[in-house]
Design a protein around this ligand. Structure first.
Ligand SMILES: [Zn+2]
Length: 450
């Protein structure tokens, strides 16, 4: 018998222009799909879920996150780009074994799901050996969210086994295009390897029919004009996701748009580490719509709600400063809270080439649905729907469906005992960060200094 679920009486934030926002509405799921979204749906045969005091919206989509750093969270919170490259990529990364990748990916993917992120591009430039890739895929599969595994080698030059291993991973785990997990290439790109190696990565990805994501326009490295050089090699195209783009020129951003490319930004990490000012407004001027990623979970944590807020604050700060420099007050804010929610949902789906399947509550799409509890202190009384979503956080994520399957209910993840996951993460963390005792004993205010 067909299983149907009626999410009933919620505040429906569909992100579908034809449906709009429904102050009170129902969402009907059938197996893995959304079949109807309307003010009122009669479905007596469906299992009814009471959505009163809930915002019902599409699952969030993170288009760039390094899940492998989830066990060593917070350590990069005060780091610059130089310190990150030296300590994380140069120091800790090579020490990760396959178990460390598994423990971190499991913890980080569960954190994402708990926070309403139903689809994640796991930018896994931690494939130190083929077993590391198997471990990450195993953890992603186990968690139950939707994910794109971004297969990435950690440094240049790439090991000789990499092309064959990417093909092995594809044929072993990703034989079907419509499955819950997808595969992509996480290329170091021209700024972190070379144009020649980027050519190899992209040609390999295209042979295997995979998307390629690459970081560029990163701080001073942007002076290399990576997009321009890729363009000269005929590499640009709609199968590319450009991460950051802070120091790309306006002309380069236009070339990304003209060639159908996609962009993922992480304004909080970018402002912290020195990538350059977040490109949000310049991207929009170039005709591009960004998607969002939290990027360095070891620095800024895993909340995509926080990333929405950071995106708004950065762009608004820029707009206001520029107005003041002209001796003017800003008349109206250019970037809205609705834009930020759009970046974190449907634009993420577009970046991943999945807009026909996810990113909005649209009949026919996959049933990736989040219910936000609005009768908690931080969201009591909803007066503006998109603003309420940007001001929410993981504590508000009451229920999560992925492909119609309930993975979080009544504020609790259903698939895993978090204590067991954390115990496994702690073992890995203790091995990677031995002697980490200071931060476990925070100084008590007023106590004599040690
Ligand atoms: Zn990154």
């Amino acid at each position: 018998m067909t299983h149907r679920t009626l999410i009933s009486g919620g505040i429906v934030f569909s992100m579908d222009d034809a449906i709009g926002d429904l102050p009170v509405g129902d969402v009907l799921l059938e197996e893995d799909r959304i079949v109807d979204v309307a003010a009122r749906i009669d479905a007596p045969d469906a299992q009814r879920i009471d959505a009163r005091n809930r915002i019902v919206m599409p699952g969030l989509i993170d288009s760039h996150r390094h899940l492998w750093q989830s066990t060593i969270r917070q350590i990069a919170a005060d780091w610059t780009m130089g310190q990150y490259v030296e300590r994380m990529l140069g120091g800790l990364g090579p020490q990760f074994d396959a178990e460390d990748v598994y423990a971190a990916t499991l913890l980080g993917a569960l954190e994402a799901l708990n926070g309403g992120v139903t689809t994640i591009f796991d930018w896994a430039h931690i494939v130190n050996t083929p077993e590391h890739a198997d471990a990450a895929v195993a953890a992603l599969a186990e968690v139950g969210g939707r994910a794109v595994f971004g297969y990435g080698v950690p440094r240049s030059p790439a090991p000789s086994w990499y092309p064959a291993d990417l093909a092995r991973i594809r044929s072993t785990y990703f034989s079907s295009a419509d499955q819950r997990l997808g595969l992509a290439v996480a290329s170091l790109g021209p700024e972190f390897s070379s144009v020649e190696e980027t050519v190899v990565d992209i040609e390999l990805a295209r042979r295997l029919d995979l998307t390629t994501s690459l970081h560029l326009g990163v701080g001073l490295l942007g002076a290399q004009r990576a997009v321009t050089r890729m363009d000269e090699h005929g590499l640009l195209g709609p199968d590319l996701i450009f991460v950051h783009c802070n120091t790309c020129t306006d002309e380069e951003l236009v070339r990304i748009r003209q060639t159908g490319g996609h962009v993922s930004i992480s304004p909080r990490v970018e402002m912290q580490m020195g990538h350059g000012y977040p490109a949000t407004g310049r991207l929009i001027d170039a005709g591009l719509q960004p998607s969002l990623g939290v990027d360095v979970v070891s620095g800024v944590g895993g909340s995509l709600f926080a990333e929405m807020r950071g995106t708004l604050e950065a762009e608004r700060g820029r707009q206001n400063c520029e107005a003041l420099e002209r001796g003017e007050w800003t008349a109206a804010l250019r970037l809205t809270t609705r834009d930020a929610v759009r970046f974190a949902t449907i634009e993420g789906a577009r970046a991943l080439g999945m807009e026909d399947r996810i990113g909005s509550l649209t009949p026919g799409k996959q049933a990736d649905v989040v219910m936000l509890k609005v009768d908690l202190p931080n969201l009591s009384l909803v007066n503006d729907l998109p603003a309420a979503v940007t001001l929410a956080d993981s504590e508000n994520v009451d229920a999560v469906f992925v492909a119609g399957r309930l993975v979080k209910a009544a504020g609790t993840l259903l698939s895993h005992d978090m204590r067991t996951v954390q115990d496994r993460a702690r073992l890995s963390r203790d091995r990677l960060l031995p002697g980490l005792t200071l931060t476990q004993r925070p100084a008590v205010a007023g106590a004599p200094g040690r």
